[in-house]
Ligand binder design. Sequence first.
Ligand code: X2X
Length: 333
Amino acid sequence: AATPAAIPAIGAAGAVIGMPHIARAAEFELKYGNNLPLSHPLNVRANEAAERIAKESNGKAVVKIFPNNQLGGDTDMLSQVRSGGLTFFTPSALVIATLVPVAAINAVGFAFSDYDQVWKAMDGKLGAHVREAISKVGLYAFDKMWDNGFRQMTSGDKAINSAADMNGLKIRVPVSPLSIAMFKGLGAAPASLQFSEVYSSLQTRIVDAQENPLPIIQVAKLYEVQKFCSLSNHIWDGFWFIANGRAWKGLPADMQTIVANAINDAGVAQRGDIKALNQSVKADLESKGLTFNQPSPDSFRAKLRDAGFYGEWKGRFGDEAWGLLEEAVGKLA
Ligand code: X2X
């Protein structure tokens, strides 16, 4: 096949390069990997941040983005950012919790009811508590968490109207102990799979259902392999933008400022994108064949309570983190 003469934004390895016209080698080459398609706001805004970093650093710092699991799935990228093979990674709170358990605190089932609660908590004491825990494993977490969204359930055979419909349901969840515990508590048969495997596992019916925010269902084309979408809002999920601790400390202070400002500002803009998409995506997904329903949270909450989910996870997260969560959302257990 002919090689196009120049696709300026795409490097040889498929990486998107912040400022490709800068010919000399950058002093600081920062590799960023993530698990989402290029069209997701996470990548759109990260690309803007990369351009700003190249410009403001006069080409000294260049961020190369490896989207869409090009460098492996979440588990691989998490070990790469720990070893320094990757400078930056954006794991969901659910996923970084395999390393930093308290990071899953925002994902307790049916805790947050809206974005005002979410950002007050994550930009406030709860987020600070989690960032502190992330720093203890040698990673640096930027101040502003990025949005994944409220997670919704999709299924292939029948709509999920209440917790009773979840009995024995084979549902894919991220590689995360909290997700497994929660869906077992709901009576389902959850399977942990990396995001890179979700589309094919639904297509081949290894699992019958999955759960993700609407913008991901759209960009990953999950409507092609699912029929129903239940607006359960069961978990609020966000991405921590993290850096390898040694690489971060190795950047001079002026570079740290440029990079942190660009990434945090892009994160705040990305939150706005997801909020806007939440309004518009449903109609698009309906036109592509998904049938929606909106169940009451009551039967799900009651089932989780009866299964001892809240009591168990209060114990696992500890009184301090649980107290900060309840400060934000009210009494849970
Ligand atoms: O794997 C998922 O479901 C995703 C994309 O939402 C996360 O990164 C947790």
